[in-house]
Design a protein around this ligand. Structure first.
Ligand code: ACO
Length: 334
């Protein structure tokens, strides 16, 4: 369906949104006590001031469960109304069962099929895109898409280049039919495996099973080439941001709100500049949560809605980038 040269929304969108972050926080000054860093360095390079950290008894599915229940409440639906649960995570509770299945059990979503997708920080937008296409087939009505992470569990707390960047949290969205004139207009997903080594967790999988040597060599922690990743992120986010706008006949000036993956303020600013969207239309909360990977966009959406920044009928663009490498974007009328 087209009006002029602009694509119309599909009528499939987010019916309810919810987020949960653990109570405990780690501030930049806390980190100054742990590694050779400073509040000034972290703030200038990333914009991050603090991050939340799961308690020892909380795993990813526990955070996901809370976010899921809040999203269902927001959508005025019950767990038994769900047809599918999709969890984007790089920090599942375990290899299997999937975190999706653990959430399904925890919330009692008895009729839902559940699975995880591995697209790192792009996981939530990959899930949103999959959910829209699933619903378009007519086979499913309500799909819960979750981004949930406990990244603090896979950080090397002796590596100042990575441990200051990430935090824990979860966000969830119930995707379903929202009526004519609203919902998703366009989605885009991309990846480039040739640059996968820039961000990885080397050991613990079939390539390098856990052993005394992998533990001794600290191979169960995030390894990152920050500088190269920064450049790739700016390029890919700008590409993704432009892609769905062009595909739909819109420009950055038409947007009411841009919500990107919250990795780093400088990456967000560069993306916003590329599509000519003014600062006041760019939602950021990276200072409060750090980089929560797949959880960052739904946490930001839930917060923006709660604060009255995100309102019905707004034209909203979501943009993500992450390990893999992966990147994605979604344009929608909220
Ligand atoms: N505190 C103080 N100094 C530090 C710290 C720290 N926490 N970390 C690194 N440094 C030092 C380095 O050792 C280096 O010192 P040297 O010059 O004496 O060797 C210096 O700071 C500069 O290091 P760079 O890595 O070149 O710093 P850069 O300006 O690239 O900033 C950063 C590093 C913030 C990680 C940046 O590269 C970045 O944001 N990259 C993207 C990373 C990212 O967001 N990853 C998340 C996953 S992908 C995604 O979600 C988008």
């Amino acid at each position: 369906m087209e009006s002029g040269n602009r694509k119309e929304p599909s009528g499939i969108g987010i019916k309810g949104i919810g987020a949960y972050v653990p109570e405990a926080t780690l501030t930049n000054s806390d980190l100054e006590q742990m590694v050779d860093t400073s509040d000034q360095w972290i703030t200038e390079r990333t914009g991050i001031k603090k991050r939340h950290r799961a308690s020892p008894d909380q795993a990813t599915s526990d955070l996901a469960r809370e976010a899921a229940l809040r999203a269902l409440d927001d959508a005025n639906l019950r767990p038994s109304d769900l047809d599918v649960i999709i969890v984007g995570t790089a920090t599942p509770d375990m290899f299997f069962p999937s975190t999706g299945c653990l959430v399904q059990r925890a919330i009692g979503a008895t009729k839902a099929a559940a699975f995880d997708i591995s697209a790192a920080c792009s996981g939530f937008l990959y899930g949103l895109s999959i959910a829209e296409d699933f619903i378009k087939t007519g086979k499913y009505e309500n799909i819960l898409v979750i981004g949930a992470e406990t990244l603090t569990r896979i950080l090397d707390w002796t590596d100042r280049a990575t441990c200051v960047l990430f935090g824990d949290g979860a966000g969830a969205a119930v995707v379903g039919r929202v009526g004519d004139g609203r919902g998703i207009i366009s989605t885009f997903m991309a990846s480039d495996g040739s640059m996968g080594d820039l961000l990885k967790l080397p050991a613990g999988g079939s390539r390098m099973p856990a052993s005394e040597a992998t533990i001794r060599n600290r191979l169960h922690y995030v390894k990152m080439e920050g500088n190269k990743l920064f450049k790739a992120a700016v390029k890919a986010m700008a590409n993704a941001a432009t892609r769905v706008l062009e595909d739909s006949g819109y420009t950055g000036e038409d947007l009411d709100l841009l919500v990107t993956h919250q990795a780093n303020l400088r990456i967000i600013d560069a993306t916003a500049k590329r599509i000519d969207i003014p600062d006041e239309k760019v939602y950021t909360n990276v200072h409060e949560y750090g980089n929560t990977s797949a959880a960052s966009i739904p946490i930001a959406l839930a917060e923006a809605k709660r604060k009255g920044v995100l309102k019905h009928d707004m034209l909203v663009e979501l943009v993500a980038f992450g390990g893999g490498l992966t990147w994605a974007s979604v344009l929608m009328v909220w």
